[in-house]
Design a protein around this ligand. Structure first.
Ligand code: B12
Length: 218
């Protein structure tokens, strides 16, 4: 089966919420030597985007979103160990990452964590629904270079502002990076975050920039 067909089937498996098919197509992609990152971004993510659009238009209800997300997560778990390590050698930087308090969306944050690791970052993934204090204390404990926070809902955006304020109040020498579907460059600028990443590839690029320019702020 060609790459195009595998990507199409990966997308379709997520849209119909077929966990078995999603896992099978992920295994097939690995066997065919297709880059797992492409399967995640052009296949599975395209499927969950379609689900999001249908949900927004009220054409499907939340249980369909749940089974689609489950199928996507299972397929990612198959693909992740096969993502080639792009960075060999010295660690690039330390990142504390999590989804903000009140928000349980964690698929995108998980992809960002994986990609940062692939590119040589030590990542402390705090999971989802993470209180501000937990971000701050973990960053202090591991002497983090960057705190990354994710949020997909407009209702939980304020938590990123609270996090920014807490980081500044604690006097931590750390940069902040924000992302997630509800976030924009405009929002990042408004709250004073150091960087915004629209997707996992941009998260890596921005995190590298922040880590490389440490001499300016450490
Ligand atoms: C899957 C999904 C769910 C799943 C989540 C499963 C999981 N484990 O994550 C479930 C079913 C649980 C769910 C629940 C809910 N959801 Co929902 N969900 C979605 C959906 C369809 C897809 C999200 C997703 O996984 N996308 C795929 C990933 C790969 O994309 P991503 O998260 O954006 O991540 C990428 C980038 O944003 C970026 N990124 C992400 N994080 C970070 C962090 C940093 C630091 C950086 C730099 C970059 C970065 O890189 C990632 C990879 O490229 C979206 C629709 C949408 N348009 O986003 C709605 C959506 C986010 N959900 C929504 C809502 C309302 C809810 C619920 C409140 C529904 C309800 N009535 O119960 C609950 C939330 C409960 C809670 N307290 O959190 C709304 C939010 C509306 C808003 N603007 O506020 C959306 C937009 C749907 C809609 N159109 O109405 N949801």
């Amino acid at each position: 089966m060609g790459k195009g067909e595998i990507l199409r089937q990966a997308m379709q498996a997520v849209v119909v919420g077929d966990e078995e098919a999603a896992v099978a197509v992920a295994k097939m992609a690995v066997a065919e030597g297709i880059n797992p990152i492409e399967v995640i971004s052009d296949g599975l993510s395209a499927g969950i985007k379609e689900i999001g659009d249908l949900f927004e238009k009220d054409e499907i209800s939340i249980p369909f979103v749940i089974i689609a997300a489950e199928a996507m997560s299972k397929a990612i778990a198959v693909l992740e160990p096969h993502i080639p390590k792009e960075h060999k050698g010295k660690k690039v930087g330390t990142v504390v990452l999590g989804t903000v308090e009140g928000d349980i969306h964690d698929i995108g944050k998980g992809i960002v964590a994986t990609m940062l690791r692939v590119y040589g970052f030590e990542v402390h993934d705090l999971g989802r629904d993470v209180p501000v204090e937990v971000f701050v204390s973990k960053a202090r404990e591991v002497n983090a270079d960057i705190i990354g926070s994710s949020t997909l809902m407009t209702t939980t955006l304020p938590a990123q502002k609270l996090l920014q304020e807490a980081v500044e109040a604690a006097g931590l020498k750390v940069r902040t990076m924000v992302g997630g579907a509800a976030v924009s460059q405009l929002w990042a600028d408004k709250i004073g975050a150091s960087a915004y990443g629209e997707n996992a590839a941009e998260a890596v690029r921005k995190a590298k920039e922040l880590a490389e320019n440490q001499w300016q702020w450490r």
